[in-house]
Design a protein around this ligand. Sequence first.
Ligand code: C5P
Length: 301
Amino acid sequence: MTAVTVRVPAKVNVQLAVGGRRPDGFHDLANVFLAVGLHDLVTAEPADELLITAAGRDVASVPLDATNLAARAAIALAKLHGVEPRVRLHIDKDIPVAGGMAGGSADAAGALLACDTLWGLGTPHDELLSLCAELGSDVPFSFVGGAALGVGRGELLTPLAVGGTFHWVFAAAPGGLSTPAVYRECDRLRREEGAGDTVAEVPAPAADPALLAALREGAAVALGAALANDLQPAALSLRPELRDTLAAGTAAGALAALVSGSGPTCAFLAPDAAAATRIAAELGPAARVAASPAPGATVLP
Ligand code: C5P
């Protein structure tokens, strides 16, 4: 085999309920993931040693060393099978980097599937998902796509039914936000409010039944009313100008607006595809439209 290309989707969290900080530093979550039709492509080709290259959007901020999550995925898979990670990974980026849309996680999931296919390993699905979970909390979802409820630190997935197509607009913001910094700010704000930030002090996170019903029914208005992100106050505290972006999308006709994951990308739910195109045009050239749900990591023919 000469080259394998895998397509992987971005995600938006339609609900991100954040519980208390656990002793291991992670937070318990009820994380309702929806894969959206913005994609990275990860291509694996035989090489003498592990090599990473990248092209596309925001490519200057993609690390090209062993800290790249795609490189770590290739190394972890090779180690599991006792082989050397002799592969060139090329990442064609279209998902905003450090944007709260799981771009790095998508690349890890894509690299795992591309290397597994290139090397002819046939790793069982559940073993690939365990590797995904070791690589990062959002990587298992990037691998499976569709829609899912993630609990634990977000890695324990239950697939969710989606009864229609939802249309989104995404406004990427320059600079990116560090996920650990946003969680730290969430903890700080909770302590400042006197609520405390530990598992013992914060109510256990739970999925909202109204939101799950809206997904199941494909009901955009009801989904818009139920969108919720507990990390949003922290992202807005670190990047106050995002308030203006959220307001601009709502003024342009979005049903609802929220920060995507840990941000700084803002997500707008549109009533239909035509409205999404109109809202994106009003928000400017950095805005993108995408439909959901989208399939997970897929080997391209
Ligand atoms: O798992 P992942 O590497 O994506 O997590 C990045 C960082 O986000 C963690 O180091 C932690 O600071 C924060 N995080 C968290 N609770 C989660 C998931 C992520 O605190 N459930």
